[in-house]
Design a protein around this ligand. Structure first.
Ligand code: GDP
Ligand code: IMO
Ligand code: MG
Length: 425
């Protein structure tokens, strides 16, 4: 009976995909518990670079069962394209192995259109979403009007329900002066998706429950990161799901006491895609250099990621909200060659300091706080071939130790390159 939860501790793209892949070799199930194809998780292993949006990151291990859980919002079109891409490299994503929870929610093209229309209408105030229809789909779920994946088991009836929903969405799109989508075309396409995906449908909670009962190891793969969490992130510049460890239990349907291990993934610096506060953002040369060396361009949208110094109050916040047992630190290699490094260790406002990330009062309040930095020396050496922590240059070891001291969480994995083997432990 052991569930391990893997979550992002910053604004997403911390390297969750590679960390899940690293843990998956000794697991039985990998299950995605939130988000949709706004996520882009990269796995570099066995000669492949896989950019996964919905399929769980354990896919290269043929012994694993893969589950898309109830908390996920599913774009069937994108899932099928992703499955076909994976099939073309010889990995198995057939129904005996890739399972979809019947309670996962379905994204329609009109959800995507509403996402785009709303963003356009917000102008400068836009959130900078991925325009994948994530917010509108979760909103329909909360309104209790959305379609669930389980309805695909009857493709004809499903197509009928799709027509009703698309017609309703078309009325809403008219308010944004957006052309309606063809009800017939969408419902015909969705009937085809249902025929293809119906064999993958399961009761996800039963699947996980039986696996835990049998003593199997289940890796719960989070998407996004703490500061994009609907409740605990930098609202309103967040996504519309629960990205934290607690989201694994609601998104998969098992009890919190069955979580044995919570692993937070933290990038050695900070990045963010889209709008919203980012106190340690670097707008000049250093930020550009990190973006280039770290190849910080969105896995899903290709947008350049905003880059900045590591913010330890954020990592400490992640330790609290998620109950982290361990940290997996990624992309330490990207900092090699920077002469001086800065790390935010606290926040200050009107002469008073706090050691936590002041997020709860929202983006506007956060803008009144200034990060308090500690300066550290950098290191020159290329560290990408190092496999043991004690072999890292002194300055890199000190950097890692500062993160542990400040967050109170041990670092058990240090990414020194994107490849599966490129980690120091
Ligand atoms: P995720 O969304 O959290 O799974 O992260 P992404 O896949 O969107 O972004 C992480 C990027 O960093 C991917 O391109 C990874 O291949 C890459 N990456 C992960 N770990 C490391 C590392 O330790 N070093 C380097 N240089 N790249 C890494
Ligand atoms: P992974 O799982 C980074 C960001 C978007 C935007 C905000 C809301 O790869 O870490 P949405 O489309 O979800 O309504 O957009 O959330 N965002 C991500 N940023 N990594 C992600 O996923 C993200 N998923 C959404 O850029 O700011
Ligand atoms: Mg990503």
């Amino acid at each position: 009976m052991a569930a391990t939860v893997v979550v992002g501790t910053q604004w997403g793209d911390e390297g969750k995909g590679r960390v899940v892949d690293g843990l998956a070799g000794s697991a039985d199930i990998v299950a995605r518990f939130n988000g949709g194809d706004n996520a882009g998780h990269t796995v570099v292993a066995e000669g492949h670079t896989l950019k996964l949006h919905l399929v769980p990151s354990g896919v290269l291990y043929s012994h694993l069962t893969l589950l898309i859980g109830a908390g996920v919002v599913l774009n069937p079109d994108r899932l099928i394209a992703e499955m076909d891409r994976i099939l073309s490299i010889g990995a198995d994503v057939g129904p005996s192995r890739l399972k979809i929870s019947a309670a996962a929610h379905v994204i329609l093209p009109t959800h995507r259109a509403m996402d785009g229309a709303r963003e356009a209408s917000l102008g400068d105030e836009a959130i900078g979403t991925t325009k994948r229809g994530i917010g509108p789909t979760y909103a329909d779920k909360a309104k209790r009007v959305n379609l669930r994946a389980g309805e695909m088991s009857d493709p004809v009836q499903f197509a009928r329900r799709v027509s009703e929903r698309v017609a309703d969405h078309n009325r809403r799109l008219a308010q944004f002066d957006v052309e309606p989508l063809s009800v017939d075309q969408v419902s015909r396409a969705y009937r085809g998706y249902a025929e293809r995906l119906a064999p993958h449908l399961v009761d996800g909670s039963v699947l996980i429950g039986e696996a835990l009962e049998a003593g199997d190891t289940v890796i719960c793969e989070g998407a996004q990161g703490l500061l994009l969490d609907l409740d605990h992130g930098t609202y309103p510049f967040v996504t519309s799901s629960s990205t934290i460890a607690g989201g694994a239990t609601t998104g998969l349907g098992f009890g919190p006491k069955q979580i044995a291990r919570v692993v937070g993934v933290a990038k050695a610096y900070t990045t963010r895609v889209g709008q919203g506060p980012f106190p340690t953002e670097l707008l000049g040369e250093t930020g550009d250099r990190i973006r280039e060396v770290g190849d910080e361009f969105g896995t899903t949208t290709g947008r350049p990621r905003r880059c900045g110094w590591l913010d330890l109050p954020i990592v400490r916040y992640a330790a609290r909200v998620n109950g982290l047992d361990e940290l997996a630190l990624t992309k330490l290699d990207v900092l090699s060659g920077l002469e001086n490094l800065r790390v935010a260790v606290a926040y200050a406002r009107d002469g008073s300091h706090v050691d936590y990330f002041p997020a709860e009062f929202g983006a506007q309040s956060l803008a009144q706080w200034e990060p308090v930095y500690e300066d550290l020396p950098g290191w020159e050496a290329d560290i990408s071939d190092i496999r043991r922590r004690e072999h890292l240059p002194r300055a890199a070891r000190d950097y890692v130790s500062l993160i542990e001291d400040c967050s109170g969480v041990p670092i058990t994995f240090i990414g020194v390159g994107p490849g599966r083997e490129q980690a120091a432990v």
